[in-house]
Design a protein around this ligand. Structure first.
Ligand code: PLP
Length: 412
């Protein structure tokens, strides 16, 4: 990415909060690479976002739901025993305590409120591991909006408990049998549904990916994580952290955690991608580490692809990080060097699950444990430093995987 024309200029604009620009771009990344039929729907959504998102009325309604239903502000926890073990002060932003067990609800309830304001009669969403589907189903039930969730047929088998949760929450779950029968195909189906009725239907996208305005909209709805954490950490310690670390799938919990800290250049920011089994194509989901620029799902960003530009299958022990793309803002944050991206392997993430569970009585999502693995590395290299980790979700959903891996390995 050293080929960027004006890295210093882009970095200055980024620190000044100038992205996305009027065309929905984060420097060279982002934009709107979609069929002509989708443009009017995206433009209508963009106008809706501009009209409502910053309005006092919408913000009051959103804050009400976040406070009385989601459970915000979520706690900031000083991980005292982990701090002792690693030799640095470790603080956790507890998105695992948010309703439905992860940060995804911040986005889902915000967009569902927006859908209602825009006059939508129904909501469509896509889901891979099922977490975004569950959050969308819950938010739609709360607001009385019918919800249809597209899910790859393969994912429905792998994530059966989440299919049941969505159905109990009143959503219709539609199996997708086309394409790769996983998240990629599910996104295509959800987009197709939206195009067929762009006025009556709202498409509730789950991460900071997709065409403009989604990367912006989802960032604004997740930025509450970093705003709260920044104030909570200053209240607890009197200062900013030395480092801030979050895991990166599509990139929404991390962008949400990072956003308030981007101008604080003394804070080292680290995003952690899924290193899986190793560096080979198909062995990981580390898009920034091993990818090249390209277009996926309507946005220009980093992408895991082969030499012919074919998008690659990914692998990660955590279903929520298993996506071949990444949000365009991350591509820019990496290109200008404001955020450093690292990887954590499957094995390192599982060790992170174990460490947090034993030391702090918190069973983290395997996704979040990737951030813990990087936090351990950082702590060992910076004795006495202060590191803030975004704990994106809780690990109860991962019990089947943990049975097959950690617990099986330790069985007597
Ligand atoms: C979905 C998910 C992620 C990955 O998605 P991002 O958009 O990168 O945040 C991370 N952690 C948990 C717990 C998730 O459910």
């Amino acid at each position: 990415m050293s080929a960027l024309p004006d890295t210093a200029g882009l970095r200055a604009a980024l620190l000044a909060g100038k992205f996305p620009d009027a065309r929905g771009r984060f420097g060279p990344f982002g934009g709107r690479y979609v069929p002509e039929t989708l443009i009017p729907a995206l433009e209508r959504l963009e106008r809706g976002v501009r009209e409502h998102l910053a309005s006092g009325e919408f913000q009051a309604e959103l804050t009400g739901q976040l406070t009385t239903w989601v459970g915000r502000p979520t706690a900031l926890t000083h991980a005292t025993r982990l701090s002792e073990r690693w030799g640095a002060r470790v603080y956790l932003k507890r998105e695992d305590l948010a309703h439905t067990g992860a940060h995804k609800i911040n986005n889902a309830i915000g967009q569902a409120l927006l859908a209602r304001r825009l006059g939508a009669r129904r909501v469509v969403a896509e889901t891979g591991a099922g977490q975004h589907g569950v959050a969308s189903a819950a938010a739609c039930a709360r607001l009385g909006l019918p919800c249809t969730v597209y899910m790859g047929a393969i994912d429905m088998e792998r994530q059966a408990p989440n299919v049941g949760r969505m159905r109990l929450l009143g959503a219709e779950v539609v199996p997708v049998t086309s394409g790769d029968r996983t998240l990629r195909a599910a996104i295509d189906e959800a987009l197709r549904d939206w195009v067929s009725d762009p006025l009556g239907t709202y498409y509730l996208l789950g991460s900071v990916v997709g065409p403009h305005p989604y990367p912006y909209l989802v960032r604004e709805l997740q930025a509450v994580i970093g705003r709260e954490a920044r104030a909570q950490l200053i209240a607890a310690t009197g200062r900013l952290p030395d480092a801030l670390i979050a895991c990166v799938g599509g990139g929404s919990n991390s962008i949400g955690a990072f956003h308030a800290f981007v101008p604080d250049t003394a804070v080292e920011i680290i995003g952690v991608e899924a290193g899986g089994r190793g560096a080979g194509l198909g062995d990981n989901a580390a898009t920034i580490a091993y990818g090249r620029p390209g277009v996926l799902h309507g946005t220009y960003s980093m992408l895991l692809q082969d030499a012919d530009g074919q998008v690659q299958e990914t692998h990660s022990v955590s279903a929520g990080l298993d996506y071949p793309g990444v949000g365009p803002e991350h591509a820019l944050l990496a290109a200008v060097g404001r955020v450093r991206y690292e990887t954590a392997s499957d094995a390192q993430a599982l060790a992170g699950v174990r460490a947090l569970s034993e030391c702090e009585g918190i069973l983290p999502a395997i996704e979040s444990a990737h951030a813990l693995a990087a936090a351990e590395r950082w702590a060992l290299a910076h004795p006495g430093g202060t590191v803030l980790v975004c704990l994106s979700g809780r690990g109860d959903k991962d019990m089947p995987t943990l049975q097959r891996t950690l617990l099986a390995a330790e069985a007597p």
